[in-house]
Ligand binder design. Structure first.
Ligand SMILES: [Zn+2]
Length: 592
């Protein structure tokens, strides 16, 4: 890299555009618009492979108003921000398919252009400075004709705070997903404050002084933490509250994650037994810990035990304690986990592995609040809230008499299903950000973020090991990535994860190839070209003329409108390409 210092600056697009005349133009929107399809006979609208709906802005506005009136502006803002955030993330998925070989600026433009196409706002760039590889972003944009501001003004008049909440959420979701690191876009001027137009500024979360002022709206519950919220410099002393918060590892914005958060919020203040269900690695213990921390037992002990990790013959003494001489080798009395958790919460992970005998004793604690140490003659009262967890189907175990039915019904009072990571992929980048902070601090390393192909891989991978696997892979990436550089795919998936999943693989050139998801990328389709042709030709839906026209269109797109370059790609003459294009609207005037 030192050989060609020019190269690194070439990759950074720096645009400082003081007057409106010299605004950097977004590329032609045709490639995006052509992916919007109306199918009235099926009652469907599609944007690429995502189903859309066409809503009246006024009905969205009345929903917004009702949220504000019934829940208050703070809560309404959170809901709308998160809704926008998810749309922004979805639209970011399209970038690599639509503009795979474009400059960072043209690729980035997909978001603002889609946001305009979807009818929310017109975006103009004032300043933009993006380097995907270095994880660098600084942008200032003008939002014209904000639909949200217009409706807000109609309902509430001019106020003193920005109101384009859903749009700000969209921008946060889009830019963060595009860049692979958490970026905060903040609205600094708003039409609803009396400004001529709305204005936003975007930069990475940690470059803001008080990011949580806006970022907190992306988090559904107070106890969910922002990925940058718990940053400590070395040697800094921590308060007790901070240390406790550090144990909380809940990060996410997805619908599945929010549902779980709402449920634990609801059940925390009660005494009910809670049963967490979900695959291993989904974070059952983190949820249990959080439930404890937001309950009125927070100051009392939280004791966790993995029932599967303790030998069968020891589990009873471990849980219920033992009296001296209770069994051979028990040379002195000691309390079990139940007694140690007295007044607080006991978390029993992998509950299905308990022996039937231990299950009976557990049932007695839940029913009577009493335990009996092994070898003891009297019972002891305990006040313990039990949170159990399992990745097995307890009902099936009941049917095969491996699990007591009465205990099952007792535990199943409040079941909470935690979705696997592959069903809450919207949370991956937030989790990554949080793990990056943790492991960069732990291993004293500095990395700039993730490369585009690394993000793509994280999104496509099916995560059989869930969040635990993601955490391990990010830790590995932090260690393997070059100091001060970005984490690439080769730093993450080093032990055959990708190939094993069958969802996608890396070919000999190191290119990621998706084998299960439909991809519009030209590269991926080339291999399948003969097959696709056979399909199209046999249906009689395609002619030689159309084929040539399509090839020219794609080449011109790849060449960014430069006809000579397009001709070179096609291996034909400039005149022929120009002829094909005559009468058509050319996206960009040829530069030659
Ligand atoms: Zn605004």
């Amino acid at each position: 890299m030192g050989k060609q210092p020019q190269n690194s600056t070439d990759k950074t697009i720096q645009l400082f555009l003081p007057d409106a005349q010299s605004k950097q133009r977004f590329p032609d929107i045709g490639d995006l618009a052509s992916r919007l399809r109306f199918s009235p006979s099926d009652g469907e609208i599609w944007l690429d492979d995502r189903r859309m709906v066409l809503l009246h802005n006024s009905s969205l506005a009345s929903l917004r108003q009702e949220l504000i009136e019934t829940l208050g502006a703070e809560v309404a803002r959170g809901i709308l921000s998160r809704m926008g955030y998810l749309s922004g993330m979805r639209d970011a998925d399209m970038v690599r398919r639509v503009r795979p070989n474009s400059s960072d600026f043209d690729a980035f433009a997909v978001g603002p252009q889609l946001h305009s196409l979807e009818g929310f706002v017109a975006v103009e760039t004032i300043v933009m400075n993006v380097d995907v590889e270095k994880g660098h972003f600084y942008g200032e944009f003008i939002w014209r004709n904000s639909s949200e501001a217009e409706e807000h003004i109609a309902a509430y008049g001019i106020g003193n705070a920005p109101v384009c909440w859903m749009q700000q959420g969209y921008a946060n979701g889009y830019v963060s997903s595009f860049l692979g690191r958490q970026v905060l876009v903040r609205e600094v001027e708003c039409k609803a404050m009396g400004h001529a137009e709305c204005k936003v500024i975007g930069k990475p979360l940690e470059e803001w002084d008080d990011p949580d002022r806006d970022f907190r709206y992306l988090l559904a519950q107070d106890f969910v933490q922002s990925p940058r919220a718990k940053m400590f410099s070395f040697g800094q002393t921590r308060t007790a509250a901070e240390s406790r918060n550090e144990k909380i590892n809940l990060v996410g914005v997805s619908a599945g994650f929010n549902t779980v958060c709402h449920m634990i919020q609801r059940v925390a203040p009660t005494r009910a037994t809670v049963l967490f269900l979900g695959e291993s690695g989904v974070g059952k213990e983190q949820f249990a810990r959080t439930l404890h921390n937001i309950s009125d037992r927070a100051e009392q002990p939280f004791v966790a035990i993995n029932c599967a990790a303790i030998p069968e013959q020891l589990i009873e003494s471990e849980l219920f304690g033992v009296e001296k001489g209770g069994f051979s080798g028990a040379t002195k009395s000691r309390p079990g986990r139940f007694e140690r958790a007295n007044g607080g919460t006991l978390f029993l992970d992998e509950i299905s592995t308990l022996t039937l005998f231990a299950q009976g004793k557990l049932l007695r604690v839940l029913q009577e609040g009493e335990i009996e140490r092994i070898g003891d003659t009297h019972v002891r009262k305990v006040d313990v809230r039990v949170i159990a967890a399992t990745n097995e189907d307890l009902r099936a175990l009941v049917e095969t008499n491996k699990f007591r039915a009465d205990l099952f019904y007792r535990l199943n009072v409040f079941p909470v299903k935690i979705p696997p990571l592959r069903e809450r992929k919207e949370d991956i980048l937030l989790l990554v950000e949080s793990f990056l902070n943790r492991y960069c601090a732990k291993h004293k390393r500095k990395v700039t973020g993730l490369t585009e192909s690394a993000i793509e891989a994280l999104m496509l991978y099916s995560w059989p090991g869930n969040i635990r696997e993601l955490e391990n892979i990010i830790e590995r990436g932090v260690i393997l990535a070059p100091e001060g550089g970005g984490i690439d795919i080769v730093h993450l998936f080093t032990s055959g994860e990708i190939i094993d999943t069958g969802h996608f693989k890396i070919d000999s050139k190191g290119t990621l190839r998706n084998t299960s998801i439909k991809s519009g990328a030209i590269e991926a389709t080339t291999d399948r070209l003969p097959e696709l042709l056979r399909e199209s030709l046999s249906n009689g839906g395609i002619s030689m003329d159309m084929l040539e026209g399509m090839a020219v269109d794609v080449a011109v797109e790849l060449a960014k409108g430069n006809v000579s370059v397009a001709a070179k790609i096609l291996g034909t003459t400039r005149a022929r390409v120009a002829y094909r294009l005559s009468g058509k609207k050319v996206p960009h005037p040829p530069e030659d």
